[in-house]
Design a protein around this ligand. Structure first.
Ligand SMILES: Nc1ncnc2c1ncn2[C@@H]1O[C@H](COP(=O)(O)OP(=O)(O)OP(=O)(O)O)[C@@H](O)[C@H]1O
Ligand SMILES: [Mg+2]
Length: 471
C-alpha cells in the first residue's frame, strides 16, 4: 500500500529526527530503521524503530518534551510513541484528521454528555451538571431531532428520568413505553399532563430536600448515597407549540418560564428546540439557558437569538452546529433511539483504575494516582474529571474517593450491561496509557487497524483493540 508520494517527506524526516535526538543529548544511532505505511483509508505514517539495547533511559526518548521537540522540528506534524513491542516513533505523514461530515455517536461515557467533534477533530463533551437548560435552534432537516435523540439516549443510559413533549409525535416514538418516562410522551393537546407531572416531581423533590436539609441535587445525593436521578425535560417544536397555545403570554410559555426558574437545583435540564426562535420566545427563560446549540438557521437574527452571535445562518451541513462557548461542532449522528449501543459507559482504563483504587480502600489521592504512574498534573485532572462525572466524590477532609457504586461494586456487573466480559483478559502488552491513547485516536476517526499499528505495532491485532475499547 505504501506510495511514493510520501517518500520525499519521509526522507526529510529521517534526516531531521536524529538531529533532534542529538540536540537533546540522546543517541541518534538508536534509530534502527524506518518504516513507511499507508492504510487503505489513506492515513500514512512513518515509523522510526529504535534499538532497545541502545537506550539507557527509555523515558528520555518518550518524554512529552522530546515528542514536542520532534513535532516542532517537523513543522507541527503529529508524533506519537509506542513502546509495547520495542520503542518506535510514529510520525503522521498524511493530513491530520479534520472535522468529518458525519461523526457516528461513539457510545455512552458515564457522567458525560457527548456532543460531537470540533474543527480539529477533538471531542466536545460536558458533565451533565454543567449542561443546565438548553436551547436548540435550526431550520427543518438540519439535525435538531437527531441531537435531541442523542441527548435522550445518553440520559437513559445514565439512569435519568425523562419528560418529553413532541407535537408531531415522531422524534421519540421508539421509547414511548420506556419506564424512565415520568408521563406518556405529550402531544399537541396532551402537553399539559407532562408539565403537570414535572411540577409534581419538583414538589416531591422539594419535600425530600427539606427533609434532608439540603438545597441541591448533589448535596441530596451525597446524603443519600446517590438515589435521586437527574430529570431531562424536552419540548420539541417549542416555538410552534407556543404560537398555538396563546403565544408568549399563553399557558405553555408561562409554565416553561416557571419551570426554567424553579427546576435547575432539582437536577432538571430543560431543553427547548425549535426552528425559528424570536426574542419573544426566549426572553422569559433567557437567563436560565446555559447551553446553546444552533444548527443552520434562516438568518442572522435567529442565530443571534439562539446564540447571542451571528454565524449559524452560514452553516451548510446537517448536524453541523455552533455551540455557545465552543464554536463549530459536528454533532454526533445516531440513526435511532433503538440503536443504542450497549456498554457501561466506562473505558477499560477507567474500570481498571477504579478496581485498583478500590482494592486499596477507594481513596483517589494524588499520591495513589502518582504511584500508578500518573504525573501530578494528570492526577489532579483525573480527580476533577471523575468528580464532575460522578465517578468520584470528595469526603469531609476534601479527599477524593472512588464511588464504588458507579463501578458495580455492590452489584457485580452483568454481561448485558457491558461490552466486555468481566474476566476477559486484555492484550498483555497494552498499558493503561496506551489504551487511553487508543481511545483518543479512535475518537479522532482513525481506524482500528491504524490504531493497532501505532499502539501494538501490528495492524493485524485490531480485533484485540476492539474488545478493549468501549465502542
Ligand atoms: N449529526 C448529524 N450528522 C449527520 N447528518 C445528520 C445529523 N443530524 C441530522 N442529519 C441528517 O439530517 C436529517 C434531518 O435531521 P433531523 O430530523 O434531526 O432534522 P430536524 O432539525 O429535526 O428537522 P425538522 O425541523 O424537520 O424536524 C437526518 O435524517 C440526517 O439525514
Ligand atoms: Mg425534528
Amino acid at each position: 500500500m505504501t506510495t511514493a508520494r510520501y517518500l520525499a517527506a519521509a526522507r526529510s524526516i529521517a534526516g531531521t529526527l536524529p538531529q533532534v535526538l542529538e540536540n537533546r543529548g540522546l543517541d541518534p544511532a538508536a534509530i534502527r530503521r524506518y518504516l513507511l505505511t499507508e492504510t487503505p483509508q489513506g492515513v500514512a505514517w512513518l515509523f522510526a524503530v529504535l534499538d532497545d539495547k541502545r537506550l539507557a533511559r527509555i523515558e528520555a526518548y518518550t518524554h512529552r518534551e522530546t515528542l514536542h521537540q520532534i513535532s516542532t522540528a517537523l513543522h507541527g506534524r503529529p508524533v506519537v510513541t509506542s513502546n509495547s513491542s520495542g520503542l518506535r516513533y510514529a510520525v503522521l505523514l498524511s493530513k491530520p484528521p479534520t472535522m468529518p461530515d458525519l461523526a457516528p455517536f461513539p457510545g455512552w461515557r458515564a457522567g458525560l454528555v457527548r456532543v460531537g467533534v470540533d474543527l480539529r477533530g477533538r471531542e466536545v463533551a460536558l458533565p451533565w451538571a454543567d449542561l443546565g437548560h438548553v436551547l436548540v435552534g435550526g431550520m427543518t432537516r438540519y439535525g435538531k431531532s437527531v441531537f435531541l435523540r442523542s441527548l435522550t439516549l445518553q440520559a437513559l443510559q445514565e439512569g435519568q428520568r425523562l419528560a418529553l413533549i413532541d407535537p408531531q409525535g415522531v422524534t421519540f416514538q421508539a421509547i414511548a413505553s420506556n419506564p424512565a418516562l415520568l408521563a406518556p410522551i405529550g402531544g399537541r393537546e396532551s402537553w399539559p399532563q407532562v408539565l403537570e407531572s414535572v411540577f409534581a416531581e419538583l414538589r416531591r423533590r422539594a419535600d425530600l430536600f427539606t427533609a434532608e436539609g439540603v438545597d441541591s441535587l448533589a448535596a441530596y445525593n451525597e446524603r443519600t448515597a446517590g438515589s435521586l436521578p437527574r430529570l431531562l425535560v424536552i419540548v420539541e417544536e417549542y416555538n410552534g407549540l407556543v404560537e398555538s397555545t396563546g403565544g408568549v403570554g399563553g399557558d405553555l410559555a408561562g409554565q416553561v418560564a416557571r419551570l426554567g426558574w424553579e427546576s435547575a437545583k432539582f437536577g432538571v435540564s430543560l431543553v427547548l428546540a425549535g426552528q425559528d426562535f424570536s426574542k419573544r420566545h426566549v426572553g422569559p427563560v433567557r437567563a436560565q439557558l446555559k447551553t446553546r446549540v444552533c444548527f443552520r438557521v434562516e438568518n442572522s437574527q435567529t442565530s443571534n437569538v439562539v446564540l447571542g452571535r451571528s454565524g449559524a445562518e452560514r452553516l451548510t451541513l446537517p448536524g453541523r452546529a455552533l455551540v455557545g462557548g465552543v464554536g463549530v461542532v459536528q454533532c454526533y449522528y445516531l440513526a435511532g433511539l433503538e440503536a443504542a449501543p450497549a456498554g457501561d459507559g466506562l473505558t477499560v482504563a477507567e474500570r481498571d483504575l477504579a478496581a485498583r483504587l478500590l482494592a486499596q480502600g477507594g481513596k483517589m489521592t494524588e499520591a495513589a494516582l502518582m504511584g500508578m504512574g500518573y504525573s501530578q498534573r494528570e492526577s489532579r485532572a483525573l480527580q476533577r474529571d471523575w468528580e464532575s462525572r460522578g465517578l468520584a466524590e470528595r469526603g469531609k477532609d476534601n479527599a477524593y474517593f472512588v464511588r464504588g457504586a458507579r463501578f458495580g461494586e455492590t452489584n457485580p456487573r452483568t454481561d448485558e450491561r457491558t461490552n466486555h466480559e468481566p474476566g476477559q483478559p486484555l492484550p498483555a502488552d497494552l498499558s493503561r496509557e496506551m489504551l487511553d491513547h487508543a481511545q483518543t485516536l479512535h475518537g479522532q476517526g482513525f481506524s482500528l487497524e491504524t490504531i493497532a499499528h501505532i499502539i501494538l505495532g501490528d495492524p493485524g491485532r485490531a480485533g484485540e483493540l476492539q474488545t478493549a475499547l468501549p465502542v
